[in-house]
Design a protein around this ligand. Sequence first.
Ligand code: ZN
Length: 262
Amino acid sequence: MLARWRDWLAGRGRTQAPQVADDWPAAFARVPVLAHWSAGDRERLQQLALDFLAAKALEPAADATVDRIQALAIALQAALPVLNLGLDWYRGWHSVVLYPDEFRSRFEEVDEAGVVHQVDDWRSGESWAAGPLILSLADVAAGGQGAGHNVVVHECAHKLDQVDGDTNGHPPLHPGMDPAAWTAAFSDAYRHLGRRALRRLRTVLDPYAAQSPAEFFAVASELFFDDPLSLRDGYLAVYEQLALFYQQDPAAHWTAQPVGPR
Ligand SMILES: [Zn+2]
């Protein structure tokens, strides 16, 4: 099931299937935060990353060049949120468009009065409902370093949020999860963050999370995987809900296994 992955490489003048086994250490080195996960988890991440590359086409745009190590590093980060959920959570979309750097995006936004505005903005990533996931390679390279940022996880979180058709910060919850507990945790934290962002006070989450509940979920997911102790300290209830949703407890890796970049 490596057909697309091979096609992608073939399109760049290579004739053989990639010898990916040799490339894993370099790919993991691009995402130092992954050193916190156990050897067994990292092995499962590798397999999931290959499945991801077989299922999704990577499409360089605007003269972007993507090497094999970069492709594997992106796939590892995309695999991280679904490590215990499975790739089926990424159903309904087929490509990852890669720009060299931030890209211009034009879209419509409806304000509180119901007026539609044309917005023209620079983006590091974007996730279209039932469409591609779009990433800036410069921002991808800056993520996964343990500083709380990861644009791949951010955009993949939007994809998970969109599984039920709405991008509203409320992905479909698993059986046994309490929707009221989810809503209470996220709405309390969202209000708290919004108040602090408005007063320009220091915030645990990037203030961009105050834009909307959907952005809050995506930014909180970044911190959950990239600096989980900060999220757990700052918004414990949100951390607990994300642990139930992602079926992972990354903060435990940090405390049990003091390796990696921090
Ligand atoms: Zn976003």
